[in-house]
Design a protein around this ligand. Sequence first.
Ligand code: SIN
Length: 521
Amino acid sequence: MKTIETSQVIIVGAGLGALYAALKLAPRPVVMISPERLGKGASSAWAQGGVAAAMHMSDSAESHAADTIKAGDGMVDADVADLVTQEARAHILNLTELGTPFDRTENGDYVMSREAAHSFARVVRVKGDQAGAEIMAALIERVRATPSIQVLEGTMAIDLDVTDCRVGGVVLQSADDARSAPLILRGSAVLLAGGGSGGLYALTTNPPRIRGQVIGLAARAGAVIADAEFVQFHPTAMDVGEDPAPLATEALRGEGAILTNNRGERFMQALHPDAELAPRDVVARAIFAQSQAGRRPMLDTREVLGEAIKTQYPAVAEACARNGIDPAIEPIPVAAAAHYHMGGIATDTEGRASLDNLWVCGEASSTGLHGANRLASNGLLEALVFARICAQSIAKSVPETAVSPIDVTFEDGGTPPDPDAVAQLRQTMTTHVGVVRNATGLKTALRTIAALEAANTASVSFLNMTATATLIAVAALNREESRGAHCRDDFPNTFQGQGQRSRLTLKDALAIRSQICKEAS
Ligand code: SIN
């Protein structure tokens, strides 16, 4: 295989964690592997709510950590929660210095949104629902102006290059032409910051390219994967037939929007004392139950926002307009959709994976912060905190010397994923590994994933998807309890006390999958 050698740090991904880490590594030379033009196609740019941080005088990092631990349902690493919440304020101030136009009150304080399971209005925002896009825009401007950062737009990583358990680089393909022949790019260190797994599901809020490939490529190289079973479903994805489903931010419920069904019932009041602001997993299951029962759940913003939704929440308003919905006079139909993967590549407190010379930050990682159920708007925060931690850790082993940019050109020779196989995989995940799970469905999913994989071995990108899908389904089968976002109707109870985090290698998961396939034959 054609090989390119460089002394740059290779960063896989182009979302918030990737951009922030690249800036924190400067002036150390970095090459970013970005499937699309910067700012397009990264989950971070689609984040509506904002970043959770105790910015108000009467709020505290301790209270933020306590809410994080409570939402995580016995699975959060308390030391990680302390670390992340303590650092939150400094990162918001840093993003402000870097040019993010956070919403401010007349006194100049940050405007704070309230989101579910936070005991305080604690989410900094930009123009209502534009936080992700605006933070990304500010960082992209800085990245473009930083000479030590080279961005390879239109490229994607499909494999790790590993020798004797040490990661030396990545295998690249053109993201624009999946028929391109793979090539090896070797660098001084590798940081994976390429997003989660939401797009492995047919119903998702994630951008189309986010299909678990980064977790899958690390797993295929032998990295340990933690908490894979914990996939968060967002309760208020708009049910308008779009793929991906547009998000109606939780901040709307923070404003007082209510959930109703086609019988006019406000069903959350009977289910939880916090009603619409109950923890996300509770609301997601309630929405799912309404959808399953044919009662068409809806988000009603009419009374609290009226016409103001159109100026205060432009992303939501635009998605409504595109679909012929006027939220000032009618409720928005919603469904529970895969939104965030709490699990991912297991990392230590320096952001290191189990393979040497490999770091991970953002949704692809599993740091222990989110436990079984991520607290709203802790995702971008974790990406910021661990991007800097990873950059500091990498900097210890990489010199500051200047390096010439590399030139990458692709030849023909690769195999793209079969769109029908991808569609079947996604439907299987939604049907059998979704909001409510059981052993029968999970085993059916594993057999289908195995069959799809066997029929599509030529596409490495597809193998990355099936690897992550296998890990999620096996971890979900192994966890014989219901906890946080992981709900088993055949094991409805939660084990007493602190939960045990799951750790799996792909080899272990494949052994279980093959046993299940044998049982059926
Ligand atoms: C939202 O705005 O509802 C999503 C926020 C998040 O996922 O943290």
